[in-house]
Design a protein around this ligand. Structure first.
Ligand code: IMP
Length: 200
């Protein structure tokens, strides 16, 4: 492959309007010499589905069809055990409607506060359609803590993290535990070995 093609190969469009997601993902991929270019969702590409995989794959295929360039999409969700996995694939709707405080209210007086964050990353370049997932176990805190990050970060305490919420962590620290960092690391390993990308 020529240098020019190498350069193009090293840049992938991440279809997301969420700048925090983009920064977390780029920070993981930096170690592998892979660069992302952020593009807000071109239009409402998401379907409504109970499967993060289905949502992520659908968005990647449609994103590629519109751009004709390698794309990555990610869909994530927060699954609370005491609520039988709710909000899961509906996390974004719940965040926009009842928000973090509404979710805390649903868990009033509930002591079993286990939850999982899951991220599903899909890559599509017209030939390879690959999906990678990452999860992190933790608990829903009893109140908001910290003002870093986004979404449900201030109420999610990952396991083995000294009781800190994601909202109290900077990007580097969150990436040691996060669902997104795990999914993007799997992607980066596959991508760099498939396309022989070396860290620059
Ligand atoms: P999305 O559909 O992938 O954007 O994620 C659904 C919702 O889950 C978002 O609106 C966020 O509120 C929440 N979410 C996803 N990932 C994270 C995260 O890493 N931290 C906190 N909240 C998240």
């Amino acid at each position: 492959m020529s240098n020019k093609e190498d350069h193009v190969r090293n840049e992938i469009i991440f279809l997301t309007s969420n700048v925090n997601k983009f920064r977390e993902a780029q920070s993981v991929l930096n170690r592998f010499g892979i660069r992302l270019k952020r593009m807000g969702m071109l239009e409402r590409l998401e379907i409504q589905s109970e499967s993060l995989e289905e949502i992520s794959i659908y968005s990647a295929i449609h994103g590629y069809q519109m751009l004709r360039k390698p794309v990555i999409t990610e869909d994530a969700g927060l699954f609370v055990f005491a609520l039988r996995g709710f909000p899961g694939p509906y996390s974004s709707y719940i965040f926009r409607t009842i928000g973090v405080h509404g979710l805390l209210k649903l868990l009033d007086d509930i002591t079993q506060r286990n939850a999982i964050f899951k991220s599903v990353v899909t890559f599509f370049d017209g030939t390879f359609l690959k999906t990678f997932s990452g999860t992190v176990q933790g608990e829903i805190a009893t109140e908001c803590k910290g003002n870093k990050g986004f979404g449900f970060d201030p109420i999610f305490t990952p396991k083995h993290a000294s009781n800190k919420t994601f909202g109290e962590m900077n990007k580097t620290e969150k990436n040691k535990y996060s669902h997104r960092a795990k999914a993007f690391t799997k992607f980066a390993k596959w991508y760099s070995s498939t396309f022989k990308i070396k860290p620059s």
